[in-house]
Design a protein around this ligand. Structure first.
Ligand code: ZN
Length: 303
């Protein structure tokens, strides 16, 4: 068998990310998706950003403009589409749990918590001060601007549900958040999360241009297999993985294409003037996973 120079280079170990946070092994090699800034674990296939995140870049990323300009056209204005999506996540949750205590990691402006506040005693955490202030003052929710890992006022084993919607790929140390989540959950308590699937047909087709490869904000890229392995390694039992679609406002779609993609802000402003704020489309590219996991009950528990 002939091995080309390029194939050999793709398989050469890269000293960047060992040990792998999914399988504890390695080595990491080049990611064959045309992105030199990504590396793949040769043992389990987990894809991550080479060299990790720059702390200064990370802290500056989650300023006010993350929700108004850098990632979203206007997160608050996009509330109808966002809450329609969260409404679908709530339907999934209710198949497993309908009441109790709930924590949301990465709650942003509180639009998800707002939908479950009547059924759950809930609180949220986010890094963006203006978002947390909105959740507290405008929506009268209980949200805190602090790192979830710094939360030490909640008794272990007291929480029924933890939600992390499109958050785990942003975390520098997702395994630490999962470990903390597990310790706070009751036995039999649920973790619900969404994240992209880098092994999906769309991600494999788009390679370096896959829409969820956002190098500034997304640090890790999971697949159905690697997210399952990480969760099981952190003591969770994976109950279900599905591929839900989502609603996207026409305004945000235009923003993604014209401003974030093509750098035509004036054209976007002109067109967005004519678009009804609640106009949205339902899309499913089957590249986002909704994962349901559970803290297993101890063997002696009979409940
Ligand atoms: Zn690995």
């Amino acid at each position: 068998m002939t091995v080309s120079l390029r194939d050999a280079a793709d398989r050469a170990p890269i000293a960047c990310c060992d040990p792998c946070l999914v399988c504890a092994g390695g080595p990491f090699v080049a990611y064959a998706g045309g992105r030199p800034d990504l590396a793949r674990c040769a043992a389990c296939g987990f894809v991550t950003m080479r060299g990790g995140a720059d702390p200064e870049t990370l802290s500056s990323l989650y300023e006010q403009d993350y929700f108004h300009g850098a990632e979203y056209a206007d997160y608050v204005r996009d509330r109808p589409a966002l809450q329609r999506n969260f409404g679908e996540r709530v339907k999934t949750m209710r198949r497993y749990c309908r009441s109790g205590t709930l924590l949301e990691i990465g709650c942003a402006y509180g639009f998800f918590l707002d939908l479950v506040r009547d059924q759950f005693d809930c609180r949220g955490y986010d890094r963006v001060e203006t978002a947390v202030a909105y959740a507290n003052k405008v929506l009268s929710l209980r949200a805190e601007c602090k790192d979830f890992l710094a939360e030490n006022s909640i008794p272990a084993g007291s929480i029924d549900v933890v939600a992390m919607w499109d958050v785990i790929e942003h975390l520098e140390n997702p395994e630490r958040y999962l470990e903390r989540t597990r310790s706070l959950l009751k036995e039999g308590g649920y973790l619900f999360l969404t994240t992209g699937d880098i092994d999906s047909w769309n991600a494999r087709r788009r390679k370096a241009k896959w829409r969820l490869i956002k190098i500034r904000s997304h640090l890790h890229f999971f697949s159905r297999d690697t997210i399952g392995r990480l969760l099981e390694r952190q003591g969770f039992e994976v109950i279900d993985v599905s591929y839900p679609g989502y609603f996207r406002s026409i305004d945000q779609m235009l923003y993604n294409i014209l401003v974030l993609g093509k750098n035509h802000p004036r054209l976007y402003r002109l067109l967005s003037f004519f678009i009804p704020r609640k106009a949205m489309l339902y899309i499913n590219l089957f590249d986002i996973m909704c994962v349901v996991a559970r803290r297993p009950r101890a063997a002696s528990s009979t409940a």
